[in-house]
Ligand binder design. Structure first.
Ligand code: ADP
Length: 490
């Protein structure tokens, strides 16, 4: 059904409530390219349960969610992008089915695309989105208590609110929180495009600049009231590895805090996940996982009696996906006939090609699915015995948390949020397999440890799986931590 529009409603009176507006490029299930979507689709729901009013605004892409739901028009306005005037409208999902008010910004010709990212005019698209959001807020009767921006696509908003002639008169007092989900992506663009930005005091240019470019991530870290990272260890790492922003994170350390992501335990629940053919809980785990594995193995032409290792994720260097073809080949060679491997992902063409080619020499013990498939990802978390995460960079990582919830043992490199969430089975209270280097050797060595555990100590392995399913990584704790942060800024 097409979205349809009702009369204008310029903001809602909320009295003295704490009202949080999350601004992001993704929000599950509306639009998701990775973990950012999962976070923005879950955190506000859990915040609302704590008694605050959390809302989300994202661009109105042309994804199926848009056509399945009913919408009402809440605001219309216009802005300039350089000399180009554009009109925008804001619509709200009527049923509140996600557990929070969801608003979409429609800008014809810029945001009305099928994909979230990857267009040559992404800079223009997200600047226009941010301008529309600021202008919309400008027209609210009661201003939001906090504007919470996520990643560089919204990184200019803290600057716009405080430094631009157009918005600061009314909006500069709104506290802003900026969450770094991934500092590898900064959205930097050339100063020759500075006319895309609304007028600001020219001597404030250095709030936008990093190494001679306009850098929205750097601008956010400089301009936001508080900055959060999605795990504690990632915050520490950013002063050493931050795609060139290390000194900035070091300098701004005082206003940065790490808040570990949670997972939406209602969406990621093996006892009722609609994507699973066979549901299971801790008591029925062995049987449930076996049945799910049989289904997946049937689909991929594999022997279900062997342990199954999976990788799910973007096929990029950050995830060390470039090491997978050689590491899996090595693992196949050194543990012949002892395990199966499945890769689900998309990304760099070279890696995709190598992973597809590997099928020809893997003799039915390896397969891959290139593309983004939400349903298959859930089946794999349930069907697999082990999940591979050799990441070079992992700000928090959600896959390992989903794996734990589904009783699947994660094999992780000790980096970022993986350090904060997985303890090695060799350590007290451990339940996963950890390694130090993003290298073929470390991956294959860890696979060998996993295979040995599986065959030689099945009771111990099952015990760890049961232990994993009991761990609590739900959003409740993180939502309370964010609330605590907002309260300090109010
Ligand atoms: P990142 O955001 O860096 O990609 P995260 O671990 O934070 O990594 O989140 C990844 C999310 O994207 C998880 O929900 C994972 O299941 C999902 N995902 C990644 N690639 C795919 C894919 N090809 N198909 C389905 N889901 C995927």
């Amino acid at each position: 059904m097409k979205p349809h529009f009702f009369d204008l409603n310029y903001g809602v009176t909320r009295g003295d409530f704490m009202e949080i507006l999350h601004v992001a490029a993704e929000c599950f299930p509306v639009a998701k390219a990775g973990g950012l979507g999962d976070v923005v689709g879950a955190l506000p729901k859990y915040q609302n349960r704590l008694g605050v009013i959390a809302k989300v605004v994202i661009p109105m892409y042309r994804t199926s969610f848009l056509y399945q739901e009913e919408w009402e028009l809440v605001h219309e306005g216009g802005q300039y992008l350089q000399e180009q005037f554009f009109k925008y409208s804001i619509i709200r999902e009527k049923s509140n089915k996600l557990g929070f008010d969801l608003y979409l910004v429609d800008i014809n010709g810029l945001l009305d695309r099928e994909k979230v990212y990857g267009y040559s005019d992404d800079t223009e698209r997200f600047i226009a989105f941010q301008l529309a959001v600021c202008d919309w807020i400008f027209h609210w009767q009661h201003l939001p208590t906090i504007v919470h921006c996520h990643d560089h696509h919204c990184g200019l908003i803290p600057f716009f609110l405080t430094q631009t002639n157009q918005f600061r008169s009314r909006l500069q007092g709104i506290p802003t929180v900026f969450t770094v989900h991934n500092a590898q992506y900064q959205g930097a663009f050339d100063w020759s495009k500075h006319t895309l930005l609304p007028p600001y005091d020219s001597w404030k240019w250095n709030l936008l600049d990093w190494h001679g470019q306009i850098n929205p991530l750097a601008a956010a870290v400089k301009s936001a009231w508080r900055v959060t990272t999605v795990s504690y260890s990632y915050l520490d790492e950013l002063t050493v590895h931050a795609g060139g922003l290390e000194k900035l994170f070091e300098y701004e350390k005082g206003k940065c805090v790490g808040i570990l992501n949670g997972i939406d335990t209602e969406i990621w629940d093996p006892s009722c996940d609609p994507y699973l053919l066979f549901h299971y809980n801790k008591a029925t785990m062995a049987e449930g996982k076996r049945k799910n594995k049989e289904e997946v193995c049937k689909e991929f032409g594999m022997d279900p009696s062997l342990p199954l290792f999976s990788f799910i994720g973007r096929l990029v260097g950050e995830k060390a996906a470039d090491l997978l073809p050689v590491a899996i080949q090595d693992a196949l060679l050194h543990n012949p006939g002892r395990a199966n491997y499945i890769v689900l992902g998309s990304g760099q063409k070279e890696i995709e090609y190598q992973l597809q080619e590997l099928r020809n020499i893997a003799g039915g013990f390896y397969n891959c699915s290139i593309g983004y498939q939400e349903a298959l990802s859930h089946s794999l978390y349930a069907a697999s015995d082990f999940l591979l995460m050799p990441s070079r960079v992992e700000p928090c990582g959600l896959n390992q948390l989903y794996a734990l919830r589904f009783g699947t043992m994660p094999l992780v490199r000790r980096v970022g949020g993986l350090i904060d969430t997985v303890i090695d089975i060799g350590d007290t209270g451990g339940y996963g397999i950890c390694f130090n280097e993003a290298s073929v050797w470390d991956i294959t060595y860890s696979i060998r440890r996993a295979i040995n555990l599986y065959y030689e100590n099945p009771e111990k392995y099952k015990g760890h799986c049961a232990q994993m399913m009991e761990l609590d990584f739900s959003w409740d704790k993180a939502a309370a931590n964010y609330l605590n942060l907002y309260t300090q800024l109010k």
